[in-house]
Write a protein that binds this ligand. Structure first.
Ligand code: PLP
Length: 407
């Protein structure tokens, strides 16, 4: 059988063409929920606040098409002008002073970037420490590369900040890497400076590589400081940072991300970029230049995301059997529904009862079993309000059925 010829990690892959598993981000689940007049709240795409392309970004792409520039490759490592704009942004937002020619690689989105960031380092049986719950690709990428996932649990009572002892007790001679999603998806946690300093010291002491995914670095709320771990002492030479224009800028369709690392690492990536990535879409890179040069269009998005997280929190936090903390970043809510069922059960129930698609938390690791994840960004604010009210009503009904009363 052809499948048996595949490497074990691919044999195990689920959610494909012939699978019963319905993954919200693959296939026609989106169409199905919309056909039923329902609300999609399971896709981490900030489709709203602005469902169209910002005019100056669109114009830059159109110009590149009209001039013919867009019908040709850029260098596989990315357009130089874009890298100059990325370097300015890294100095402005991330506290990193980098050389655009030696430290930046443009990628077709950060998913591709995340895989490429791990590729040079992970092979058979290398252990990779990953916070559980976190972005599913972190686990899958490790397995595809033949590495071993070492899950590091975080707890609601700590606001999902990690405990250093949970890393320390899992350290082994095979530990090679920590993959950190900061801010985390699905918990929205922004890891605090003191935590990241301790983690850095741990990485330096044990000579570990850190891959950090900062796709959700903007916006963070309530003046929480977003620290770029690569800027901490001893970290630059051992950190591969992955960024995206998809989330804070709402430009997921452009498929533009970037990797930032020391020249020693980037040199090897430049040497393999054409084989691994090809090159990022030229028109999209021109749009990205315009977006980075004038990113003021994203300000109203951040205000809308702030209103959205408060709206969802206000409507759901006091339901019996439910507990949640207000989101610290982005456009997600992570909700413990353990009093009402597992995350998958509650997600299936909400799909029927409230006609909404939300994510069961298990997709983000076993620690997510009792949770659901709600995305605030795929609907208008009015639609979000209506859909969240439906969720509230349905969960109250479920709580009553379980004999739970208001606290
Ligand atoms: C944490 C995280 N990182 C990376 C990505 C990938 O984003 P993109 O490939 O659009 O840059 C996502 C998308 O959902 C994400 O949630």
């Amino acid at each position: 059988m052809v499948v048996e010829k595949m490497i074990p990690s691919f044999q195990k892959a689920s959610g494909g063409l012939f699978s019963d598993v319905e993954k919200a981000d693959v296939g026609d689940a989106v169409l199905k929920i919309r056909e039923r007049g329902g609300a999609l709240m399971a896709w981490a795409d900030p489709f709203y606040p602005l469902p169209s392309v910002p005019p100056h970004v669109g114009q830059a792409m159109i110009d590149s098409i009209e001039s013919g520039f867009a019908s040709h490759y850029t260098a596989p490592i990315g357009n130089q002008e874009l890298k100059v704009e990325v370097a300015k942004k890294l100095a402005r937002i991330n506290g990193l002073e980098v050389d655009p020619e030696r430290n930046i690689l443009i990628t077709p989105g950060s998913d591709a970037g995340l895989f490429f960031a791990m590729l040079p380092f992970i092979h058979q049986d290398d252990e990779v420490m990953i916070i559980d719950p976190s972005y599913p690709n972190n686990f899958q990428n490790t397995e595809i590369l033949g590495g071993k996932v070492v899950r590091v649990p975080v707890y609601m009572e700590d606001g999902y900040q990690f405990r250093m002892e949970e890393f320390e007790k899992r350290l082994s001679p095979k530990t090679k890497m920590i993959v950190l999603t900061n801010p985390n998806n699905p918990t929205t946690t922004v890891y605090r400076r003191d935590k990241l300093v301790s983690l850095s010291e741990f990485a330096v002491k044990n000579d570990l590589i850190v891959v950090v995914d900062q796709a959700f670095e903007q916006p963070c709320f309530d003046d929480i400081e977003m620290v770029t771990i690569a800027s901490l002492p001893g970290m630059w030479e051992r950190t591969v940072s992955v960024f995206s224009l998809s989330k804070g800028m709402g430009l997921s369709g452009l498929r533009v991300g970037y990797i930032v690392a020391d020249a020693v690492i980037i040199d090897k990536m430049f040497g393999t970029a054409v084989a691994v990535l090809g090159a990022t879409n030229t028109a999209a890179q021109m749009g990205a230049i315009a977006a980075l040069r004038d990113d003021s269009f994203a300000e109203p998005y951040f205000e809308s995301f702030d209103r959205r997280r408060k709206m969802v929190y206000d409507l759901l936090h006091d339901i019996p059997g439910v507990s949640m903390q207000i989101s610290e970043s982005g456009f997600l809510s992570w909700i413990n529904v353990s009093g009402l069922g597992t995350g998958s059960e509650v997600a299936a129930y909400l799909n029927q009862e409230a006609i909404v698609a939300v994510n069961g938390g298990e997709a983000y690791g076993p620690a997510g079993k009792d949770y659901i994840r709600i995305v605030h960004g795929v609907l208008t604010e009015e639609e979000l309000l209506e859909a969240t009210k439906r969720i509230r009503k349905s969960l109250l009904k479920l709580a009553e059925r379980r004999g739970l009363t208001a606290l």
